[in-house]
Design a protein around this ligand. Structure first.
Ligand code: ASP
Length: 289
C-alpha cells in the first residue's frame, strides 16, 4: 500500500504514528481478505477503503480541496487476470470512491465521471455522503497556505492473491488547489493504475507527467519485455522525471517481487507478505523489496 509521494511536511510528522497505524490497518484489511480465500480485487478494495477513511491521507475523507474549496474524487481498480477495470473521476458525494470504481467495473463501462458516476454507484448500493462532509478544517487551512505551491497525496494498493491473481487500486482527491474539473493520472488505466497477469502498479505524484508518460503501462511493457521490476519501475520514474514530474509507485509482479520507488522526499507505504507481520514506513526512506 502507499499513501502518496510528496514532502515530509509538519502534518505528516505530527501524525506519523497514526499514519503508520492506518497503513498497518489497511494491510490487515487486505490480509483478512486473502487469508479467508478472497481474491486480490477484494483485498485492494479493503486496503484502499481504510486509507480513504483516514483524514490525513488525500483520498475520500481526507481529500485535498480544489481551488474553489470543493472536493473532486477519483479512483480506479483493475483486475489482472482478465484486465477488467473500473474508474470514477470528479465525484463529490461518494464516501469511498474505490467502491464506486468497483461498481463501474461491474457495469459495461470502464470510466465514468461526476454525477452520472455517482448515480451508477449509488444505484449499486455504494454509500453516499454530503460533499460538505469531506471538507475538513485542516484541508481548508492547507488550501489557504498552499494556494501557490500544490501539494499532493493519493493512496493505493496492489495485491497478489493465493491463486496468483494480481490487482491494483488507486484513489485520490487530486492536488490541493487544482482547478475544478482537473483529472490526474489516478483514474486512468495505464497511467496511474494497472494490473495484468504479470504485474500490478499504483502511482502517485504529479499526475500530468504520469499521464503523458503512461507510467503503469510502461512498467508493464518493460516487465513483459524481460526487465526486472526494480529496473522497470526506475526507468518509468526516470521517464516521468524527464517530463518534469516527480512521484512514486508501488509495483508487484506475479513472482511476488515488490518495488516501491519514489523521487520525492517521502512516500508513506507498507507491505504485508504471507507468514510475516505487516510493516509500514512513513518518514523512512528504507528501500523495500
Ligand atoms: N497523482 C495524483 C494526481 O495527479 C496526485 C498525487 O498522487 O499526489 O491527481
Amino acid at each position: 500500500v502507499h499513501a502518496g509521494a510528496g514532502g515530509l511536511g509538519p502534518e505528516l510528522r505530527e501524525h506519523e504514528a497514526e499514519c503508520r497505524q492506518t497503513l498497518i490497518e489497511a494491510l490487515c484489511g487486505a490480509q483478512a481478505v486473502v487469508e479467508r480465500g478472497g481474491d486480490a480485487v477484494d483485498a485492494v478494495i479493503a486496503a484502499v477503503r481504510v486509507l480513504e477513511d483516514f483524514e490525513y491521507f488525500n483520498a475520500g475523507t481526507g481529500a485535498a480541496l480544489c481551488s474553489d474549496g470543493t472536493v473532486q474524487l477519483s479512483a480506479a481498480l483493475m483486475r489482472g487476470s482478465d484486465r477488467a477495470a473500473g474508474a470514477v473521476a470528479g465525484v463529490r458525494t461518494i464516501r469511498n470512491p474505490i467502491v464506486a470504481a468497483q461498481a463501474v467495473m461491474q457495469s459495461h463501462q470502464v470510466l465514468m465521471i461526476g454525477a452520472d458516476a455517482e448515480r451508477v454507484a449509488t444505484a449499486a448500493g455504494v454509500e453516499a455522503q454530503s460533499p460538505h462532509a469531506f471538507v475538513r478544517d485542516h484541508m481548508r487551512a492547507r488550501l489557504a497556505a498552499h494556494a501557490h505551491a500544490h501539494d499532493r497525496g493519493t493512496v493505493g494498493a496492489v495485491c497478489l492473491d493465493r491463486s496468483g491473481g494480481l490487482a491494483a487500486a488507486t484513489s485520490t482527491g487530486g492536488i490541493t488547489g487544482q482547478p475544478p474539473g482537473r483529472v490526474g493520472d489516478t483514474p486512468l488505466i495505464g497511467a496511474g493504475t494497472w494490473a495484468n497477469d504479470r504485474v500490478a502498479v499504483s502511482c502517485t505524484g504529479e499526475g500530468e507527467a504520469f499521464i503523458r508518460s503512461g507510467t503503469t503501462r510502461y512498467v508493464s511493457m518493460l516487465v513483459e519485455a524481460g526487465a526486472g521490476l526494480a529496473e522497470a519501475t526506475a526507468a518509468a520514474l526516470e521517464d516521468v522525471a524527464a517530463l518534469g514530474g516527480d512521484g512514486g509507485l508501488i509495483a508487484l509482479d506475479a513472482g511476488g517481487r515488490v518495488a516501491m520507488p519514489f523521487t520525492t522526499e517521502s512516500m508513506p507505504r507498507g507491505l504485508w507478505r504471507a507468514g510475516a507481520d505487516p510493516t509500514a514506513w512513513v518518514a523512512e526512506r528504507d528501500p523495500v523489496g
